[in-house]
Write a protein that binds this ligand. Structure first.
Ligand code: ATP
Length: 271
């Protein structure tokens, strides 16, 4: 049985350094670049793999795991890199990046080019749920990363990834449902959905789309002996999502305190 203690501690350290970067000297810095559908996140670790800085921006440069605005993506990564370099008073050289599983041959090249185009030397390119597991350190079970555009599933057996998949359903679809139900524009719905105080009221509205995600999970884990599901990704910030997924899958479902930054931190760990 895993505890989320070290994951929770790492994510809260990260949240703290996003606000107040640590300017102590380090011989090397490792940057994780998570180019997401909804959000571009940069996480910087020092020589001891401690978070020292981070920055993120909501952006629309990737859709369904594909880079759709190549120039915009480079610009955002470059700006976030410059912002962090100024805060840390150093140059950030090395970065790792991640791609949704299954998009490798199609889009791995584009993500790599974006990270290089922004001025990094790329040291690793891995799939998102595998990156998340660099922080979660799960031996057996399924890591489910529900992001903005996609849901990534990674099944682990004795600490090794035995299956990965990615499906184009994620937080964007949740926002569309909120938009329809409340007669809000997409961006208003997106903001409404992210507010924790609205989660209790939103859960029944979002239940069908959560059940859809659960059915995707069920389809992929069929045939594997999965007895625990670990949720990460921004969409899993939704309070109560784990209860609906647990009910629909019949599998114990858990999530860390803040599932949002697990993948970017895991990417940085793999740098
Ligand atoms: P993908 O992995 O699909 O490419 P991404 O990496 O951008 O996307 P994340 O950053 O993990 O995905 O998650 C972004 C999603 O999480 C968005 O849909 C956003 O609305 C949602 N999200 C972020 N914070 C919250 C919150 N507090 N409550 C509910 N949803 C949230």
């Amino acid at each position: 049985e895993i505890t989320f203690d070290s994951c929770n501690q790492l994510v809260s350290q990260f949240e703290a350094v996003v606000k107040n970067p640590v300017r102590e000297r380090s011989s090397v810095y490792y940057t994780g670049v998570d180019l997401g559908t909804a959000c571009v996140v940069l996480a910087v670790l020092d020589e001891n793999f401690k978070p020292v800085a981070g920055a993120y921006r909501y952006a629309d440069v990737v859709r369904d795991g594909m880079v759709v605005d190549y120039i915009g993506a480079i610009r955002i990564v470059r700006e976030l890199k410059a912002e962090l370099e100024e805060k840390l008073d150093t140059e950030l050289l090395y970065a790792a990046a991640a791609i949704p599983p299954g998009t490798d041959s199609l889009d791995g090249g584009a993500i790599k080019n974006v990270v290089q185009g922004a001025g990094f030397e790329i040291t690793a390119l891995l799939d998102e749920p595998t990156a998340a597991n660099a922080v979660l350190k799960i031996q057996n079970g399924a890591v489910v990363d529900i992001g903005g555009g996609t849901t990534g599933i990674s099944i682990l057996k004795d600490g090794k990834v035995v299956y990965v998949a990615d499906e184009p359903t994620g937080g964007t679809h949740f926002s569309l449902v909120v938009s329809g139900a409340y007669n809000l524009s997409f961006s208003e719905a997106e903001l409404y959905k992210r507010k924790e105080e609205n989660h209790k009221e939103l859960l029944p509205v979002l239940k069908p789309v959560i059940e859809k995600v659960a059915s995707i999970i069920n389809r992929h884990i069929k045939g594997y002996d999965v007895d625990e599901i670990y949720l990460v990704g921004g969409t899993c910030c939704l309070a109560g999502i784990e209860t609906i997924i647990e009910k629909q899958t019949g599998i114990r479902t858990r999530k860390p305190e803040n599932p949002m930054f697990v993948t970017p931190l895991g990417i940085a760990f793999s740098c």
